[in-house]
Design a protein around this ligand. Structure first.
Ligand code: GLU
Length: 304
């Protein structure tokens, strides 16, 4: 199979069809993005790299950063993190508050906003300079010092983040947030406001696909067992209340963000990132879902 050819053909096919969905305008700064941006980067564990379209343009990675924050916290605290956050799919939207009341402030999983707040709280407790230290952690895994927060996006989200503020304060009322909610939220908003390209994301997430789970530079980020578990959570919880659908149609562990990015990995084989800002009604990239479904169906490169 000529992977480059397949990627380019699918890209053209999808780019010629109607681009449905809507940009996430609830964060005003995200509304400024060009809805027609569309990029793909495939990177195999043998370093075969193919990029199509806007694959080197940076965008707001949003919830994709939740995987990186989880891996940082998992490495630091080990299995004690599961006392404060679960590993079950929630079946509810990413910013839902409903289950927290009956679950006594223990979020169902680390990829919903509530779970990511708890993970953020752990990192805020542990790190001397949380924002700086986290950015350095991401840069190291990616092997690039060109990764930054967008202060404009972080500020924009904070200015309208009433739901996230409610979530964080609500969890605090159950005792599952240790720090001042404002400090946790500031870290959380910045973490979501990291900007990366498809190329940078594929390089970063390759550690979850690589043999022995190492970065492109050969560094072990997490133990084999912990890396396997991160992939398992991406498989079951990576796409909000569309996680089952993504598993069904694409068949890979992955994570999406409301900036329109999707990263997916095939352990032992490759990592692929797609970016197209228009989202479907569940908050996942419309073209991203379409692209990955077509790609894994045609190439049979899905884990199932
Ligand atoms: N910063 C976004 C929020 O908290 C992240 C949502 C997402 O990408 O799923 O609303």
């Amino acid at each position: 199979m000529n992977c480059k050819e397949v990627l380019e053909r699918i890209y053209k096919e999808i780019a010629s069809k109607e681009n449905k969905g809507a940009i996430a305008t609830y964060i005003p700064e995200l509304a400024k993005v060009n809805p027609d941006n569309f990029g793909v980067c495939f990177l195999s564990v043998n370093n075969e790299e193919h990029g199509v379209g806007d694959w080197q343009t940076k965008f707001s990675i949003q919830s994709i950063s939740k995987v990186l924050a989880l891996s940082f916290a998992y490495k630091t605290f080990g299995d004690e993190i599961w006392e404060r956050v679960g590993v079950e799919p929630s079946g509810t939207p990413f910013n839902s508050l409903v289950q927290l009341e009956s679950d006594n402030g223990i979020p169902r999983n680390p990829f919903m906003n509530s779970g990511a707040m708890v993970i953020s709280d752990m990192l805020v407790s542990h790190l001397e300079n949380p924002k700086e230290d986290f950015l350095n952690y991401v840069r190291e895994i990616c092997g690039s010092d060109q990764i930054q927060y967008s202060e404009a996006v972080a500020k924009s989200e904070a200015s309208v983040g009433y739901r996230n503020k409610a979530l964080c304060n609500f969890i605090k009322s159950f005792g599952n947030i240790e720090n001042d909610p404002n400090e946790v939220l500031d870290f959380y908003f910045h973490k979501c406001a990291i900007e990366m390209s498809c190329q940078e994301l594929s390089k970063t997430f390759l550690f979850l696909a690589n043999h022995d789970f190492r970065t492109t530079k050969g560094k072990k980020v997490l133990s084999t067992s912990k890396s396997k578990r991160i992939n398992a959570i991406m498989q079951t919880c990576g796409f909000y209340d569309e996680s089952g659908e993504f598993s069904f149609k694409v068949g890979l562990p992955g994570k999406s963000g409301v900036g329109g990015g999707i990263v997916a990995v095939y352990p032992g084989k490759y990592c692929i990132t797609v970016w197209s800002p228009k989202l479907n009604e569940k908050g996942n990239s419309y073209r991203g879902m379409q692209f990955l479904e077509t790609f894994t169906t045609e190439t049979e490169l899905s884990i199932f």
